[in-house]
Design a protein. Structure first.
Ligand code: PHE
Length: 379
């Protein structure tokens, strides 16, 4: 009996070894990349379009034979735009799925939560659209991004308000619980004051609030010429409506968070005539934009939004870095990202010492359900 058990144990161990070997081989033949996106929740439009951009990049690279002969497999996780969920799915992707890199997150607040986890585990992470500076400075040396940052976005908004709109008095209204909204509002204020403008009101609310009357009544009495709304499209739409009802006739200004057709669905007439900064314009005639737009429209039958483009860019710059590293080792990919120069759809990507690319922006006008290109801007 003892012998029989011994034999069984040996057989079991041998089987386990074979199984392990098989799994290893299978793992080695694909490159697993994780992606953390808000696929549900308040900004699901951002998450879904980002996923579309990444899937297009994946399809194209695999059609070309993958990276260094290996197919790319992307594992998507939903963070519901909540930092705690974002951190937990990031852990899961690293620990359970053994991804070698991460594309995400979208909301700065989420990317700020995920970055330190990526760096601790030596897993390179690239966020397509998180613009708050803390994403990379607090995230650490494995965290990169494919977009410009909010100090730049704030300065451009201020410059536009002063030079193009001839505004002297501005008011800001932002979400204190959202790093992006708070940061961008503060960067705008700083730049506007420095350029000689007066910030007559700086009002706040909390994430999830839907009644802004108290703040808007105060702002209305101060008669600003521009009102800066630095939140995402759905809240901006709500505020715009309530602001007009409160008698505010200021021009509304905002950042990349405005970029969704839902801005018009929520804001209706009230958002007409507002301006916002963004990462790209679909009206751009640069050849790489035209080419990308055609491929995206063929696959999804819609015009790509800025986060679809940036997600596509983030995926591609990561693929290029993995290829150049010639390895799936996190440290090697990180080093290759650091030195990369890559021609993306939204411009050339070359990272500075804080792992941010230096890029230009566009100013768009919200008009009758459409985003009209106003101009390209650089500082
Ligand atoms: N920049 C926003 C943030 O940092 C995210 C975002 C970018 C959302 C672009 C939409 C479009 O939170």
């Amino acid at each position: 009996m003892k012998k029989f058990i011994q034999k069984l144990t040996i057989l079991g161990m041998a089987l386990a070894l074979v199984a392990c070997g098989g799994k290893k081989e299978e793992e080695a033949s694909v490159i697993k990349i994780g992606s953390v996106l808000p696929l549900t929740g308040g900004v699901a439009a951002f998450g879904q379009a980002s996923k579309n951009g990444i899937l297009l990049a994946q399809e194209e690279i695999n059609k070309k034979g993958g990276i260094n002969g290996k197919k790319v497999e992307i594992i998507f996780e939903d963070d519901e735009a909540k930092p705690a969920s974002s951190a937990s799915v990031t852990q899961k992707l690293i620990n359970n799925d053994k991804v070698i890199s991460i594309i995400g997150a979208v909301n700065s607040t989420c990317s700020i939560a995920d970055g330190p986890i990526a760096t601790q585990n030596k897993i390179p992470m690239i966020t397509p659209v998180s613009t708050n500076p803390k994403v990379t400075t607090q995230g650490g040396e494995y965290v990169f991004r494919a977009c410009f940052i909010d100090p730049f976005q704030g300065k451009i908004l201020s410059k536009f308000a002063i030079e193009d709109l001839k505004a002297k008095k501005a008011a800001v209204l932002y979400d204190v619980g959202n790093d992006y909204s708070k940061g961008l509002a503060e960067f705008f204020e700083e730049a506007f004051k420095e350029a000689g403008g007066e910030v007559v009101a700086s009002e706040t609310y909390n994430t999830g609030d839907s009644d802004f009357n108290a703040q808007l009544t105060k702002i209305s009495a101060l008669k600003p010429e521009v009102l800066i709304l630095t939140d995402y499209y759905n809240t901006v739409g709500l505020i715009a409506k309530q602001a007009r009802a409160a008698g505010i006739d200021a021009v509304f200004l905002g950042g990349d968070g405005w970029d969704s057709p839902d801005l018009f669905n929520v804001g209706g007439e009230a958002i007409n005539g507002g301006y916002f900064t963004n990462h790209y314009s679909p009206d751009d005639t640069a050849s790489q934009v035209v080419e990308f737009k055609a491929a995206y429209e063929k696959k999804y039958n819609e015009v790509p939004s800025s986060y679809a483009v940036l997600a596509y860019d983030a995926a591609n710059v990561l693929f290029a870095a993995i290829e150049q590293a010639g390895s799936t080792d996190g440290e090697k990919i990180k080093d290759s990202l650091k030195n990369i120069e890559y021609q993306a759809v939204t411009g050339k990507i070359k990272f500075d010492e804080d792992r941010n690319p230096i890029k230009g922006a566009v100013i768009l006008k919200a008009k009758d359900g459409e985003q009209k290109f106003v101009k390209n801007v650089k500082l």
